[in-house]
Design a protein around this ligand. Structure first.
Ligand code: NCD
Ligand code: ZN
Length: 342
């Protein structure tokens, strides 16, 4: 197969930042996807319907003319997010609420310190039928960084699932066999997104020939057995697994740093990277469901009209993009990919 036409896909998890950075990254996402779920971890975070609407307008202002792109907005869950705000958010078109355990990742300082504190708000979410998007990692000094996701499932997610049986939950950017198995066996209210980088790489990529900060993201890449489990889940045609790039841009000098930021920038070549991963698994025929159908079906939104076409052709990713006053280095900068969009 040398050409693959898909119903226009969506990205169910992306970071586009704010200000001048929007003008680099929004055109990339808008060129690849019809819609994208926009993460709210700005500084300060997006915690009100009004902030989400204003942020949406700033994103739309960065969409190149001639492209049709719909940002799907989210709110950032804190210990103090009032249940009323969920009702206002729903009315304002906000599609989901994001749970960051405090301290788990970039700009998560305002995140949840204890799930119990948010139960009134989660009740409102369940009532409104809005998904809770979960960064599924525990942060504790005595838990190994590679075990954070599995421990989160056992100690946080299973009780949460039991206490809110009809709350739609998306376990975001899953990285382990444990998560893939948990989601596959869960009921229809539970789903997961999978990034391209977790399908393509295992943790060796972070350490090959020296420390490679552009492969550092959270949750961190895991060992090969986990990558293989994610590939099986993504290519299984199980509608619980769908596309979420977790493309997370940081200026190159802050990734190539003594305390480098977490996040891989994949938005400019997202579909090409997913095609590479599905092709390697001889499962290109499964890409459309994963990229274009299962996400909107879970959120209760219509599938997109229109199509995109990927062609087998070698092309080399740029080394970097201008990014505000800095540079943004994509994952696989300067490397050759074998699929090209358009
Ligand atoms: C994300 C970011 O930079 O905002 N980083 C990442 O490594 N994925 C935050 C997140 O999704 O954890
Ligand atoms: Zn993310």
């Amino acid at each position: 197969m040398d050409e693959l036409t898909l119903t226009k896909p969506d990205d169910w998890h992306v970071h586009v930042r704010d200000g001048a950075a929007l003008h680099t990254v929004v055109p990339h996402t808008a060129a690849q996807f019809g819609r994208a779920v926009i993460m709210p971890n700005l500084r300060p975070p997006i915690t009100t319907a009004a902030q989400a609407q204003a942020y949406r307008a700033r994103i739309l202002a960065a969409v190149p003319s001639g492209l049709r792109f719909e940002p799907l907005m989210t709110l950032y869950l804190t210990d103090l997010l009032p249940p009323d705000e969920i009702v206002r958010a729903k009315a304002a078109g906000v599609v989901a609420v994001k749970l960051y355990p405090a301290g788990a990742t970039t700009n998560s300082e305002a995140g949840v310190t204890e799930l119990r504190k948010t139960y009134k708000t989660l009740e409102a979410l369940q009532r409104e039928g809005m998904p809770l998007l979960v960064h599924g990692e525990v942060v504790a000094a005595d838990i190994d960084v590679f075990d954070r996701e599995a421990v989160f499932i056992d100690t946080q997610l299973i009780p949460l699932r039991r206490d809110f049986p009809e709350l739609k939950i998306v376990l975001e950017h899953i990285t382990t066999r444990d998560a893939a198995q948990y989601v596959a066996q869960a009921d229809a209210f539970t789903a997961a997104t999978i990034t391209a980088h977790h399908l393509l790489y295992n943790r060796n990529a972070i350490f090959s020939g020296g420390i490679r900060p552009h492969y550092y993201c959270l949750p961190v890449l895991k060992r090969e057995a986990h990558r293989l489990a994610l590939v099986r889940a993504a290519t299984s045609a199980n509608p619980k697994f769908f596309l979420g790039t977790d493309s997370a841009p940081h200026p190159a000098h802050l990734k190539e740093h003594a305390s480098g930021c977490a996040g891989c920038y994949t938005a400019a070549s997202a579909l090409e990277l997913y095609a590479q991963a599905f092709d390697a698994a001889a499962a290109l025929d499964k890409l459309e469901g994963f990229a274009s159908f299962f996400g909107p079906d879970f959120y209760g939104l219509a599938r997109n009209q229109g199509t995109v076409t990927l062609r087998r052709a070698n092309w080399t990713l740029p080394q970097s993009y201008p990014f505000d006053q800095a540079q943004l280095k994509p994952l696989c900068a300067g490397e050759t990919l074998s699929w090209k969009l358009g």
